[in-house]
Design a protein around this ligand. Structure first.
Ligand code: ZN
Length: 314
């Protein structure tokens, strides 16, 4: 078994306009990094447009949000449309958003049926800020929450965990998981920072584990927070599958935030999650790209993350 990389050229066609940090070059930077010989063993798959994606978007977001996003971006002929203060759509956005969801569903299929051990979905737009009824923070649909619900609905996974090391708090995933004790959400993030949620006291029904960090924090506080506030409760939760909201904007080069991580720290976090997955969930991991806005920091970090997924498989 192996690691699958799921992506698609259509992700380049989600055009957010000039000077937007969440831009197509992010895909090109990761493509280049993952074309190195180190990654020759990756199994490649195109992110699909699926017939059943709307069923699972509705399961997570409800029909109104799907209807709102569809009305806003499905039939754009040209130009840009501002869907929220920093979420911009273009004519290519609808297909990209659906293939982003499709990548997560496909990854769950491959991992839960044992065809691969783990998966990295190199997608955009990202998802973790999208709430049940609101597009926000560059996100239309919450890709990772949809994948979590799908793992449960389609494969009977009893406990599904999402661990989110993006520098921003995944307010959308937290909101969607808030009152469901069989869905775990654990997040390290800078605070204060957009979107403003993610305090320690936000605990849901005992299923939400926030580990806020301060601007300037680097490896030591990150590892300590990750171990104590995420990994320890994650072991107790004993997930059937581990999902990762893999944002790489906590890298010290990133222009949107002030944490001081390096690519090796993402490798360490991935190895730690792979260890949990080995012990509780047959190694099953589905990772989905979230943020990361410095192209060099993003490429180095994504490469370190995917290398750790490949090594976990060996
Ligand atoms: Zn982010």
């Amino acid at each position: 078994m192996t690691t699958v990389l799921i992506t698609h050229p259509a992700f380049l066609n989600h055009d957010t306009g000039e000077h937007h940090p969440e831009r197509p070059d992010r895909m090109r930077a990761i493509d280049k990094a993952l074309s190195a010989d180190t990654f020759a063993e990756l199994f490649h798959r195109e992110a699909p447009l699926r017939d059943d994606d709307k069923t699972y978007i509705e399961l997570t977001h409800g029909p109104q949000h799907l209807a709102n996003v569809t009305a806003a971006i499905e039939n754009m002929a040209s130009g840009h449309r501002q869907v929220d203060s920093d979420t911009v759509a273009s004519p290519g956005s609808w297909e990209a958003a659906r293939r982003g969801v499709g990548a997560g569903l496909d990854a769950v299929d491959l991992v839960m049926t044992g065809k691969v051990t783990n998966a990295f979905c190199q997608v955009r737009p990202p998802g973790h800020h999208a709430e049940s009824n609101r597009a926000m923070g560059f996100c239309f649909f919450n890709n990772i929450a949809i994948a979590a619900h799908y793992a449960r609905e389609k494969y009977g996974a009893e406990r599904v965990a999402v661990v989110d090391f993006d520098v921003h708090h995944g307010n959308g995933t937290q909101e969607i998981f808030w009152s469901d004790k069989d869905l775990f959400y654990g997040s390290t993030h800078q605070m204060p920072l957009y979107p403003g949620t993610g305090a320690l006291r936000e605990t849901g029904v005992g299923n939400i584990f926030n580990a806020p960090l301060r601007s300037g924090d680097g490896r030591e506080p990150f590892e300590e927070a990750f171990r104590q506030r995420i990994l320890a409760p994650l072991h107790n939760f004993s997930p059937d599958v581990v999902l990762i909201s893999a944002g790489f904007d906590a890298h010290h080069r990133d222009p949107l935030a002030g944490l001081e991580l390096v690519e090796d720290d993402f490798q360490w976090a991935t190895e730690a999650l792979a260890d949990v997955a080995r012990r509780h969930s047959k190694g099953r991991i589905v990772s989905m790209l979230e943020g990361g806005y410095d192209l060099k920091g993003l490429a180095l970090s994504a490469a370190a993350h995917v290398k750790a997924l490949l090594d976990a498989d060996a």
